[in-house]
Design a protein around this ligand. Structure first.
Ligand code: SAM
Length: 240
């Protein structure tokens, strides 16, 4: 797939999803795709995908909350466990006014993301660290209008990793699949302890695909109690 084709697919899919993109966005997505492809040859960055699937599964899927207006009015967003940059980088490309902080515990991915940010000129920053530790940093804790996470952990664990970064009144957006109902049942205790409330569950179809992807929005009601997140590894080993 050449540049024109990839840019065309991004433009058409975004339009079909009702998402307005800045003029520079399709070309930035093409550059990003090229950087992922090149880096995947050197390191295990993300599962190698054909360009069509990369556009749909990584780029369009990441942009789905925009179709619901879930980022409207937000100025800051942190993406926890961003990996090769999903969903944080596509959101930064599509909404240049949004200040995006990308976090991951694997430094080689963070180094790659620093290159992407520089090359694409994104309004973003990449930080290396475990979410449990970074959430103890006063500049990051209770600080962001929004947090996002895709394919990082099951909901009870994910709430403890991601919700501490959100300011009271802000929201956490989780990218989930068909197992969401069951995860939500198990997450009641974590929601209560971390001062979260389920606000919405929605599906945004990706053009031409019949994936059962679900988006969950959790509102943060008040500051994260001092006990959370617990020490590194505990949210995974002993979910609330
Ligand atoms: N969000 C990306 C996506 O959808 O393609 C990456 C998903 S990947 C399966 C999970 C990522 O979360 C990995 O890059 C891993 O290093 C990171 N991760 C897992 N636990 C973490 C933690 N406690 N703090 C920060 N990053 C974490």
């Amino acid at each position: 797939m050449n540049k024109t084709e990839l840019c065309g697919r991004v433009r058409r899919s975004a339009e079909a999803m009702g998402i307005a993109l800045p003029e520079a966005a399709p070309e930035q997505f093409y550059l990003y795709y090229q950087m992922i492809e090149e880096a995947n040859g050197r390191m295990n960055l993300t599962r190698v995908l054909e360009p069509e699937e990369a556009v749909d599964r990584h780029f369009m899927d990441s942009l789905a909350p925009l179709a619901l207006g879930w980022t409207d009015g937000a100025q800051t967003l942190c993406d926890v466990g961003t990996g090769a940059g999903f969903p944080g980088v596509p959101l930064a490309i599509a909404r240049p006014g949004l200040r995006v902080v990308l976090m991951d515990s694997l430094n080689k991915r963070v180094e790659f993301l620093k290159q992407v940010i520089g090359e694409l000129g994104l309004n973003a920053q990449a930080i290396h660290g475990r979410a449990e530790d970074l959430a103890r940093n006063a500049r990051l804790r209770d600080a962001f209008d929004l947090s996002t996470a895709r394919a990082v952990a099951a909901l009870p664990t994910l709430l403890e990793l991601s919700l501490p970064f959100v300011r009271p009144g802000g929201a956490m957006i989780c990218y989930k699949g068909p197992g969401l109902d069951e995860e939500m049942e198990r997450a009641q205790n974590a929601l209560n302890r971390l001062c979260g409330r389920v606000e919405a569950v929605r599906q945004v179809p990706i053009p031409g695909r019949d994936w059962d992807h679900r988006l969950l929005k959790i509102k943060k009601l008040s500051e994260t109690p001092r006990a959370y997140p617990r020490k590194s590894g505990d949210p995974n080993r002993k979910p609330l």
